[in-house]
Design a protein around this ligand. Structure first.
Ligand code: NAD
Length: 251
């Protein structure tokens, strides 16, 4: 257990997958938790399962972010933990990248992350922890992920600069870069069941630890980075990937 007692934590995209598992652990460790998402029904269902506050806010919509921050400020005052987790994965080969696909991924994964932080900054406490959910794709040349990987590489670069600029306020900014994790994200790509199974088997085979990560694996790391035990860690990128990034040629 980590001590998050009395801390207020906001998680973007907390109704599913890694965000959901992290919301659960934040709460178990004593934090007041607010989750966001795009679909009202799913956000409310997850919030009531978790016993946390759920708010609908599309991170690619700046006025929705303004409303979110206004609400959090009026109900909770300041924020100690900001988990910038909302993201989408839309694979496509180079040569078949549409403008819509590009705009969607960049406006959620990168612009959404930047403006989530921008908008929350005025109500972040001194010593707050920002955790950006990136991906090992930021470092790899995995086919079909050019735009997704670029959105995460941009986020890593942003994380480094933000960490130095926010250090005077003792705000720490770190990135977590998971390998493949079992969440609904892959089912939202439009791939058929057969394609999904083939993708999962091929991916798992390449992971030295021979399994997908679980959302709880990533949540364990995020809870640590959110806690005061990580108070000397900023500007870092943490792989949590079963080893896939350091041994991509392993079969
Ligand atoms: P998921 O699909 O289960 O969860 C994504 C969450 O983001 C959902 O709650 C969804 O509502 C939310 N979201 C999407 N677009 C949004 C928007 N515009 N505004 C607000 N919320 C929005 O997937 P996940 O795997 O848990 O993904 C979480 C993060 O982890 C993403 O940033 C993803 O890129 C990253 N990631 C996932 C994996 C993996 O293998 N699952 C690996 C590396 C990185």
């Amino acid at each position: 257990m980590r001590n998050l007692n009395g801390k207020t934590a906001v998680i973007t995209g907390g109704n599913s997958g890694i965000g959901y598992a992290t919301a659960k652990q934040f709460k178990e460790n004593g934090a007041n938790v607010i989750i966001t998402g795009r679909a009202a029904e799913r956000v409310q269902a997850a919030a009531s399962e978790l016993g946390v506050k759920g708010i609908v806010a599309d991170v690619s919509n700046l006025s929705a972010l303004d409303d979110l921050v206004e609400y959090v400020k009026s109900e909770y005052g300041k924020v100690d933990i900001l988990f910038v987790n909302a993201g989408i994965f839309a694979p496509a080969p180079v040569g078949q990248i549409s403008e819509e696909m590009f705009d969607n991924q960049m406006s959620i994964n990168f612009k959404g992350a930047v403006f989530t932080i921008e908008k929350f900054l005025p109500i972040l406490n001194e010593g707050a922890s920002i955790i950006n959910l990136s991906s090992v794709n930021a470092y790899t040349g995995m086919p079909n992920t050019a735009v997704y990987a670029a959105s995460k590489a941009a986020l890593n670069s942003y994380t480094r600069t933000a960490s130095t600029e926010l250090a005077p306020r003792k705000i720490r900014v770190n990135a977590v870069t998971p390998g493949p994790v079992s969440t609904p994200i892959f089912g939202k790509t439009g791939m058929s069941e057969e394609q999904l199974n083939g993708f999962a088997a091929a991916m798992q085979d390449r992971v030295p630890l021979k399994r997908f990560g679980e959302p709880e694996d990533v949540a364990n790391l995020v809870v640590f980075l959110a806690s005061d035990e990580a108070s000397f860690i900023t500007g870092a990128e943490y792989n949590i990937d079963g080893g896939i990034n350091i041994n991509p040629l392993l079969q």
